[in-house]
Design a protein around this ligand. Structure first.
Ligand code: NAI
Length: 388
């Protein structure tokens, strides 16, 4: 959306905005610090915000807009996602806790500036315990609208913000690929290694760049024919169909498309030595990690290897504003974090997924990586929340 169109939309919504019909109802959920249901029938808003744990810092997590079939389904999803964010942030050492929000709506038809602004009002009322960001079903334009009614937003376009996370996520994945190679073959070099990339979107295409220039042999798949053709032409990659990519013989399979691709049906078909990719929730259920171990496949846990985007955005709230060098350094260190996790898995004879969860929980329990200074928001425009 063009910036001037967005500004007009915001002005229009601001003129009509009122928060009087908003209700925020606490839900009692064991194991979670705070869960609230947010409603405003006047603007069609029905949402849940879940704060799982703020031991290490305020809860950070995206806003997902999805047409859930029921409130129960939305609650199950937001609880799972918020807990996942606690683990991801803890291992990444970003000084944030875990949270998430879901808005029950169809992002294609139901998303209005009024709905988004009313949602922002609810976030503002949590007084910084929850910081929101873009996620599935939301865009940068949406978070700019939400920011009119809350300051607790990251990922906005401004001079001190962090920009495109995909480059950093892909660098973290590249370092993760080096870590599995080191652990499995004794050398981190990707030169001459066969790497199969599932999905050539923002992260996958950037990962292909990094791998090509480091000497890897690429095998790629994506339903987007243009993305595949570009990769074949630029890097001499071998193209296979999306239905074949999980079964190609390779050193590393890098899932960079969608989640739940590893389960009882697909794991027996795999012919890779290692799995290291960006996709969220690659295991359909946690116990699938044991199937991978039994098959001798080394798995880089998704929430550790794909933390580059989170790391990158976390630098936005530094007192001095975003610094790409600091972000790069932290993404680089994903390699060492993963080697530590493989060592824990070997020592305790558990899957790497379980080992990563253990490391995350230990960091939370001991307060390792706790935020020492409050986040600083560098938003510039005059917000509506000041006058509410
Ligand atoms: P994207 O939407 O830009 O790219 C996904 C790509 O996967 C698209 O090109 C799509 O055509 C392709 N795809 C869909 N179904 C496929 C299939 N069956 N086989 C092969 N390719 C298929 O998404 P993006 O940003 O590149 O993210 C990729 C994954 O990484 C997602 O699961 C995302 O949640 C996760 N992730 C992304 C981060 C980021 O910084 N963008 C951060 C952390 C995780």
């Amino acid at each position: 959306m063009a910036q001037h169109v967005l500004e007009k939309l915001i002005d229009h919504a601001k003129a009509r905005f009122q928060k009087s019909s908003l209700t925020i109802t606490p839900l009692d959920v064991e194991g979670y610090e705070r869960v609230v249901e947010v409603q405003d029938p006047a603007v069609g808003l029905s949402a849940i915000i879940a704060i799982h744990d703020t031991t290490l810092g305020p809860a950070l997590g995206g806003i997902r807009i999805f047409p859930y079939a029921s409130k129960e389904e939305a609650l199950t999803d937001v609880l799972r996602l918020a807990k996942g964010m606690t683990h991801k942030a803890a291992v990444a050492g970003v000084g944030f806790g875990g949270g998430k929000s879901v808005i029950i709506a169809d992002p294609k038809t139901d998303k209005t500036p009024e709905l988004l602004m009313q949602f922002g009002t609810a976030v503002e009322q949590l007084k910084g315990k929850y910081i929101c960001a873009e996620d599935v079903g939301t865009t940068t334009a949406d978070v700019q609208i939400i920011r009119q009614t809350t300051q607790y937003v990251v990922g906005l376009p401004h001079e001190k913000s962090s920009g495109n996370p995909a480059l950093f996520t892909a660098w973290g994945v590249f370092r993760g690929i080096q870590s599995v190679l080191k652990q499995k073959f004794g050398s981190e070099s990707v030169c001459g290694k066969r790497i199969a990339i599932q999905g050539l979107g923002s992260v996958g295409s950037c990962l292909a760049d990094y791998l090509f220039w480091s000497g890897a042999e690429l095998i790629v798949a994506d339903p987007n024919v243009k993305a595949v053709e570009a990769c074949v032409q630029k890097y001499g990659a071998t193209a296979v169909s999306p239905s074949q990519i999980l079964q190609v013989p390779c050193d590393v399979l890098a899932p960079c498309a969608m989640g739940a691709i590893l389960d009882e049906t697909t794991i027996p078909l795999l012919r890779c030595s290692c799995i290291a990719g960006a996709a969220n929730n690659q295991l359909r259920v946690s116990s699938n990690a044991d199937l991978l171990s039994q098959k001798g496949i080394l798995y880089a846990p998704d929430f550790v290897i794909n933390a580059g985007g989170l790391l990158n955005v976390s630098f936005e709230v530094d007192p001095q504003g975003y610094n790409p060098q600091s972000s790069r350094m932290k993404c680089h260190a994903i390699y060492d974090t993963l080697l530590t996790i493989y060592a824990v898995a070997e020592e305790k004879k558990i899957s790497t997924h379980k080992a990563a969860l253990l490391v995350a929980e230990e960091r939370v329990q001991k307060g390792i990586g706790k935020r020492l200074t409050p986040p600083v928001f560098h938003h510039s425009a005059t917000p509506l929340y000041d006058s509410l």
